[in-house]
Design a protein around this ligand. Structure first.
Ligand code: OGA
Ligand code: MN
Length: 298
């Protein structure tokens, strides 16, 4: 697909598809300005078509980032007191640099938790109503790796071999925030944190409310089991689905430039970040759009 231009009364958007699987770059948006309804509707259509949008050269503050997020819905606030920014609480600090601007070693609990984004997942799938999308702002970007990879879970579902389609049909997976902690021997959750995020069952095949299309819905770092299967068989199925989902024909890999903002749809994509040198600073700030409806089973 080649570059195209879409106009509204107030804006001209240039859309450049980034790969065969998903993703497009969008020029013509300044996130410091409020979007009018017509432009917002167009932007939403472009997002629904490409699933992941890259907006280059967005020189935004955290507050502007949060305000822009409100075009899409309410910003989520992280339920743990790490990762969440102390100054702007809607910001998730996806960073190996602490709030005193000091590089954290990989052994630091926050750095370790952030580094688990190196495995395929979809954001806040452990919430009873998971988020719709996320907006990640590259503030200090990596040059030694640190690319963010996105996979198109519509295409994954459609391409599943019949045997796997039958295995996932009508089944649910458990999404548990604590599974991340347990698997990676992070600090145990406090009673309060545990109570805030009880495990939830979600369908393995979901219908997107915007497109009506089916996608495979897994978030492997949180998926502890599959309904009606012995634990080890459930884990094996999740591993097999994860491997299938990460094949290159379904993936777009984003190499960051400073002040890129990337918007993705957590309802039909997964993402992960590639490895980078632990002594290289990487500072990324994320907002997350609160979900507006329960997940719909296919
Ligand atoms: C995230 C995430 C990947 C990255 O912000 O949700 O998984 O590239 N980040 O930092
Ligand atoms: Mn993530």
């Amino acid at each position: 697909m080649s570059t195209y231009v879409k106009n509204t009364s107030n804006a001209s958007l240039t859309v450049r598809p980034l790969g065969a699987a998903l993703g497009a770059e969008v020029l013509g948006i300044d996130m410091r300005r409020k979007l009018d309804q017509e432009t917002m509707r167009l932007l939403n259509d472009i997002w629904m078509e490409h699933l992941v949008l890259v907006f280059p050269n967005q020189h935004i503050t955290d507050l502007e980032h949060v305000e822009f997020t409100r075009n899409f819905g309410e910003p989520e606030i992280f339920h743990q007191d790490i990762i969440r920014s102390k100054s702007v609480r809607e910001i998730f600090r996806v960073s190996n640099v602490d709030e005193n601007n000091v590089l954290m070693p990989l052994s630091h609990p926050t750095a370790r938790q952030v580094s688990l984004a190196q495995f395929w997942h979809t954001d806040s799938s452990y919430r009873a109503i998971p988020c719709t999308g996320s907006l990640l702002h590259g503030i200090e970007v990596s040059r030694t790796g640190g690319e963010t990879q996105f996979t198109n879970m519509y295409a994954v579902y459609e391409a599943l071999p019949e045997r796997l389609k039958l295995e996932v049909a009508g089944r649910r997976a458990l999404h548990d925030f604590e599974f991340l902690q347990k698997q990676n021997s992070l600090r145990p959750l406090t009673d309060e944190e545990r109570a805030a995020m009880p495990p939830v069952w979600q369908p393995l095949v979901r219908i997107h409310p915007g497109s009506g299309r089916k996608s495979l819905y897994i978030s492997p770092i949180y998926n502890e089991e599959i309904e009606g299967m012995p634990s080890d068989a459930g884990r094996r199925l999740i591993a097999e689905l994860t491997e299938f989902s990460g094949q290159p024909q379904f993936v777009y890999s984003h190499r960051w430039e400073t002040d890129d903002v990337v918007l993705w749809d957590n309802r039909c994509t997964m993402h992960q970040v590639t490895k980078f040198d632990a002594d290289e600073r990487r500072v990324m700030h994320r907002t997350t759009i609160v979900g507006d409806a329960a997940v719909v089973a296919a």
